[in-house]
Design a protein around this ligand. Structure first.
Ligand SMILES: Nc1ncnc2c1ncn2[C@@H]1O[C@H](COP(=O)(O)OP(=O)(O)OP(=O)(O)O)[C@@H](O)[C@H]1O
Length: 664
């Protein structure tokens, strides 16, 4: 497949040779158009090209296989090579980048990096699909920087507009990708400049950022479209300068209503521009975008590289579920956190901002501090909350999903007329470019809790993908109410389909007994009742107020002191009432011996993994190094040692059947 394609670099060279001669350029393009594999933004032609790829992907052996064979030389030899670990040094990258990677302590390429980097270096358009946390950012940043460093050393950088666009769906991602690129360039002697601009910036600030212009622009499709329509970036300059365009988290771009913005950009993209599309999940949107923006691309799917069965959710993430009534969810989460049955740091997903604050207030009454991340907060605060959580200044973060589904869900309620009003109102209060789940590289999150189930299986994959990043260990726990049974089944079916297995991928959570839950029921119910709608409204208002006040202070402060994290305590108490001792500490008599054992096992494993502070490790009897101990989630059974996993799974199944019957 790869061999059939004309290399973009050759076309680029040809274009450069004829660029001053319009007549010849037109002739050259016409000639190209006649080629079977020619690039074109014309829909019909693009359709044909993509269909060819899809067919190949679906044909015997699948496109992934072909993609991998082409990348590695093909056949059995190729497969052996796929399994070999590849060091960055072997990928033909610029010396400056190799040095930067060494300084960052990165040595071996991840599978997506190993496969995508050579293809991108060859100048091909690539659609790459690989699971969350698999290192997709460096998979495109490294070859992109390599190419720009090369152009720069040869004095061929064009300076009327940025040479590369990286388009991402959210502002949080703009910042994150910008930081990743800047951290690599920091170690390069050639001075390439990367900037990020987003819709929250004033036109003046955007103009200042884009003056020069920078070599790489990280932004959202909406922002780049606005820059073009306002004349901040001229379309003709893009045509002259742009040599690479990346669409990261491409599976999400269209759901952030970026289609029109991307369409507005298409006419300005030069034919020679190499385009790369990265995504964690497959969807019809990916195909749509591919047709819109890419030229006869190479499809690289890393879920099945080399025939190896690999999971859409990283293998290193253990997935669990707990069946419970919707009204008992606060009780269950209290039991998990208060009885220390799950490892910190914990990211808890809820489906609405009110639920997030209700949960925060509820947990706060038991002395468990958390912070809420949501679309209402100013952008600075959101960035700082993520930064503080990553720096382990607090352990529990409650996050609302991306606002799209919320806007949709809430706007669809009620009649049509009302829905228009509420959609407008919602969009005024919520930041349309907010997306906490998708693509954010939360550092060292051990447990992801689905307090509310996500609206669809792709949402589940993205949420759970916030743990187990870069091959670290992680766990996810989904609290599933009977009303959420259908979506839970959809998720399980999707996991089974993708992984082509028959076994269930999500096991019942083994460490929480009914006794443990019941021991906290009355306290939990009392406290839950005491959190009123008014409290929630007030807490929400107070939080925004605090964050807005902080936001400007934080911005100024961090410009001067980028490493100072003291101001970032986002888990401050919302209520000023003292927490009663009987709620802060669970009395010993309430904790049954099995739960105590489970909790100790979790603590022990935490200490052994080196997650705890040194003093605690010492207190628990560990000396130096990060020792290893067996994982309580694998070895412990709340029901006794002899009846472990099988029993639990059976119970889960029975439980579910029972509930189905009740529903039926
Ligand atoms: N070769 C490598 N070796 C070790 N760690 C790596 C390597 N490449 C990337 N990482 C780290 O892995 C983590 C996840 O990378 P990244 O954010 O690029 O994943 P992703 O595939 O884009 O995930 P998502 O789909 O969720 O956005 C980051 O913390 C990154 O620094």
């Amino acid at each position: 497949m790869a061999k059939q394609r004309s290399s973009r670099k050759h076309r680029k060279a040809a274009e450069q040779e004829v660029e001053n001669d319009d007549e010849v350029t037109v002739a050259a393009e016409k000639e190209e158009d006649g080629e079977p594999a020619a690039a074109s933004h014309d829909d019909e032609e693009a359709d044909g090209a993509v269909e060819e790829d899809v067919e190949r992907e679906e044909g015997a052996g699948g496109g992934e296989e072909e993609a991998t064979d082409a990348a590695t030389g093909g056949g059995e030899e190729g497969k052996e090579e796929e399994e070999r670990e590849v060091r960055f040094d072997e990928l033909g990258l610029d010396e400056q980048l190799k040095r930067a990677l060494r300084k960052k302590g990165l040595d071996k390429a991840t599978p997506i990096q190993r496969e995508a980097i050579p293809l991108i270096l060859e100048g091909k358009d690539v659609v790459a699909k690989a699971k969350t946390g698999s290192g997709k950012t460096f998979a495109y940043l490294l070859p992109m920087l390599h190419e720009l460093l090369k152009l720069s050393s040869e004095g061929r950088i064009r300076k009327s507009a940025p040479n590369a666009f990286i388009l991402v769906p959210t502002r949080e991602l703009c910042q994150q990708v910008h930081n990743e690129a800047a951290s690599l360039l920091e170690f390069c002697t050639s001075k390439l400049r990367v900037v990020q601009v987003n819709a929250s910036m004033s036109d003046k600030d955007i103009k200042v950022a884009l003056s020069g212009p920078p070599n790489i622009l990280v932004t959202t499709p909406a922002c780049v479209a606005a820059c073009i329509s306002k004349g901040i970036i001229r379309g003709s300059s893009i045509k002259e300068s742009l040599s690479m365009m990346i669409l990261d988290e491409a599976d999400l771009l269209l759901s952030y209503r970026c289609e029109d913005d991307l369409k507005a950009l298409v006419p300005h993209i030069p034919r020679s521009c190499q385009s790369i599309l990265m995504s964690a999940t497959s969807s019809a949107d990916i195909e749509k975008l591919t047709k819109l923006l890419l030229h006869n691309p190479f499809i690289l799917t890393l879920t099945e590289v080399g025939h190896a069965k690999e999971d859409v959710v990283p293998k290193n993430v253990q997935q669990f579920w707990i069946p419970c009534d919707a009204k008992d969810k606060m009780l269950y989460i209290l039991a998990l956190l208060k009885l220390e049955l799950i490892q910190k740091k914990v990211l808890i997903f809820v489906n609405s901002i009110d639920s997030a604050f209700k949960l925060r207030l509820f947990l706060e009454k038991f002395g468990i501090r958390s912070s809420v991340l949501n679309a209402e907060l100013p952008q600075n605060s959101r960035l700082h909350i993520i930064q503080a959580f990553n720096a382990r200044l607090f352990d529990y973060l409650i996050a609302t999903d991306d606002n799209k589904s919320k806007v949709e869900m809430q706007a669809n309620k009620g009649n049509k007329k009302d829905s228009k009003v509420s959609r407008k109102q919602l969009q005024q209060t919520l930041d349309a470019e907010f997306g906490v789940v998708r693509g954010i590289d939360f550092k060292n999150v051990f447990t992801v809790v689905n307090y509310d189930m996500p609206p669809d299986p792709a949402g589940y994959v993205h949420r759970v993908g916030r743990t187990g990043r870069a091959n670290k260990t992680g766990a996810s726990i989904s609290l599933v109410s009977p009303e959420e049974n259908d979506i839970f089944e959809d998720i399980e079916n999707m996991l089974k389909d993708v992984e082509k297995g028959d076994t269930r991928c999500i096991s019942p959570f083994p460490l929480l007994t009914k006794n443990a839950v019941e021991s906290l029921r009355y306290r939990a119910q009392d406290v839950a009742r005491s959190v009123t709608t008014r409290d929630i409204k007030e807490a929400r208002r107070q939080d925004i107020k605090n964050e807005i006040l902080n936001s400007e202070k934080l911005k100024a402060h961090f410009e001067e002191n980028p490493r100072d994290l003291d101001l970032l305590k986002h888990d401050k108490l919302l209520s000023n009432k003292e927490i009663p001792a009987h709620l802060r500490d669970v009395p010993e008599y309430l904790i049954d011996p099995t739960t105590k054992e489970a909790s100790n096992a979790v603590k022990l494993s935490r200490a052994a993994m080196g997650i705890d502070k040194p003093r605690r490790r010492k207190r628990m009897g560990f000396k130096g190094g990060s020792g290893k101990t067996s994982d309580p989630l694998k070895t412990f059974s709340a029901e006794g040692k002899s009846r472990r996993r099988g029993r639990n799974e059976r119970d889960g199944e029975q439980d579910r059947r029972k509930r189905k019957k009740v529903e039926g």
